[in-house]
Design a protein around this ligand. Structure first.
Ligand SMILES: CC(C)(COP(=O)(O)OP(=O)(O)OC[C@H]1O[C@@H](n2cnc3c(N)ncnc32)[C@H](O)[C@@H]1OP(=O)(O)O)[C@@H](O)C(=O)NCCC(=O)NCCS
Length: 201
């Protein structure tokens, strides 16, 4: 169904965001990155669901990422251990502080499925460092298209960062979902930039 012009009511207890879908059809020029960066990238070949969820939550709780938190463990492990899915951690000071997930399950394509840093690393050049490695790993396989989506609940700089990275916007969607803070999937005090609207009793 097409969305009508004007405002559309979102039920209390739900959250809504505008999603921008972006793609690139060829490897972009490499952007300069911070010299002598103190980070390492490690591919986790058989990711443990507990380890994955902990990192996913540390990166994504502030931006209300929830999809992987509510997925049953067996289903989650089937995705993150799939031979055509690559999961990487960015390690800083001996701790995993960034998550990169490349999904090649669709032949000829790659989805930058998850990409982000824990709060302690934001704004220090680690995003560009991680993106340069994401692009190199994605385009190392015989793909014709790399795509990603980001939404208005994500970090406010993420969309501009993806555009600078060489992605072009091709579609916009509205996403409505249960607020994960109301079901206990995310802490109540997460993401103060998206206030909770309590369902009416
Ligand atoms: C999107 C995201 C990865 C961007 O990372 P960031 O830390 O904000 O950005 P960075 O500091 O790495 O990069 C910003 C720019 O500053 C530059 N920069 C910052 N600090 C630098 C330094 N010390 N030395 C050199 N360059 C530096 C980077 O090279 C980059 O330049 P460019 O984009 O013009 O090429 C990050 O905001 C994030 O993880 N957000 C939370 C999760 C999220 O929203 N993910 C996206 C949705 S799926």
């Amino acid at each position: 169904m097409e969305l009508p012009d004007g405002y559309s009511d979102v039920p209390a207890g739900k959250m809504a965001s505008v999603v921008t879908c972006l793609e690139m059809l060829a490897p972009p020029p490499v952007r300069a990155e911070r010299a002598a960066a103190p980070w390492q990238l490690r591919r986790e070949r058989v990711p443990d669901a507990g380890w994955y969820r902990e990192l996913y939550a540390r990166v994504g709780t502030e931006w209300l990422w929830f999809s992987r938190l509510r997925m049953p463990v067996a289903e989650l492990e089937a995705v993150i251990r799939h031979p055509d899915v690559e999961v990487y951690a960015l390690a800083a000071g001996g701790r995993d502080e960034g998550l990169l997930e490349l999904d090649f399950r669709e032949p000829g394509e790659c989805e930058l499925a998850f990409f982000g840093l824990a709060g302690s690393l934001l704004g220090q050049g680690a995003g560009r460092w991680l993106m340069n490695r994401a692009l190199a790993h994605a385009w190392a396989r015989p793909i014709r298209r790399l795509w990603v989506h980001t939404c208005t609940i994500d970090h406010p700089g993420a969309l501009a960062f993806y555009l600078r990275s060489g992605f072009q916007a091709y579609a916009r969607r509205v996403e409505v979902a249960d607020d994960p803070r109301l079901s206990g999937l995310a802490p109540r005090d997460a993401a103060p930039h998206v206030p909770i609207i309590e369902p009416t009793r």
